[in-house]
Design a protein around this ligand. Structure first.
Ligand SMILES: C[S@@+](CC[C@H](N)C(=O)[O-])C[C@H]1O[C@@H](n2cnc3c(N)ncnc32)[C@H](O)[C@@H]1O
Length: 197
């Protein structure tokens, strides 16, 4: 395991791929990631926040958002991962495939920086959680999957056509499959605790 080449309690601002790729391998204990969900919507920063005026487009296009270099890397080095991406593209849309590609390169970078004793929590929702699970299995190994944590909201729009849509999902993987990490749920926030093996 490598020494971190980054300082604890540092906030990096910008595209996380750039920062992840600059971090030493196997230097991180815990990753909790709350990425875009592929909601096909624009998100605006709240007017009273430091990011006031910023906009994020959670819409994905294979032509505009996928870098050739990502596809080459995944095709050559991780063919099974490419199949998971292609199956999302085939079953859903080019946009879902593009979003999976965006996620896949970042998840590969996260796997590299994670210690063998580390773990990762990926927040997503039913828009893409099933495709992300296949991508996570290909990146972290299906045997390292620990839980799908269901985060249920109080209410969420039912209609005549469907039941209430009121949960997100958090996919939990242990990098080395050791299962020595546990989660505590406290007052709505998730706390991570290492337990004795
Ligand atoms: C689902 S939101 C999560 C927001 C945040 N966790 C919160 O609770 O307010 C996804 C966030 O990912 C950010 N994002 C999109 N692409 C990114 C990238 N390449 N690197 C880092 N963050 C990114 C978006 O700006 C957006 O704020």
């Amino acid at each position: 395991m490598a020494e971190p080449n980054w300082k604890n309690r540092t906030l990096f601002h910008g595209d996380n791929l750039r920062f992840l790729r600059a971090m030493n391998s196997e230097s991180v204990d815990l990753i909790a990631t709350d990425p875009p969900f592929n909601k096909n919507r624009d998100f605006h920063a709240t007017p009273d926040s430091l990011a006031k005026g910023a906009k994020f487009q959670d819409r994905w296009s294979w032509e505009k958002d996928v870098h050739e270099e990502w596809v080459d890397e995944i095709k050559d080095d991780y063919p099974r991962l490419m199949e998971a991406i292609e199956s999302a593209r085939y079953a859903h849309s080019d946009g879902m495939g593009a979003y999976m590609c965006f996620m896949a390169v970042r998840l590969l970078a996260m796997r590299r920086v994670l210690k063998p004793t580390g773990s990762i929590y990926l927040h997503c929702d039913p828009t893409a959680s099933h495709y992300l699970k296949a991508v996570m299995d290909a990146v972290f190994g299906w045997k390292n999957f620990q839980n799908e944590i269901v985060w249920c909201y109080g209410s969420g729009g039912a209609s005549k056509r469907h039941y209430s849509r009121k949960h997100d999902a958090i996919l939990f993987y242990a990098a080395g499959g050791g299962g020595i990490y546990s989660m505590l749920m406290t007052c709505g926030s998730l706390t991570h605790r290492r337990t004795n093996p």
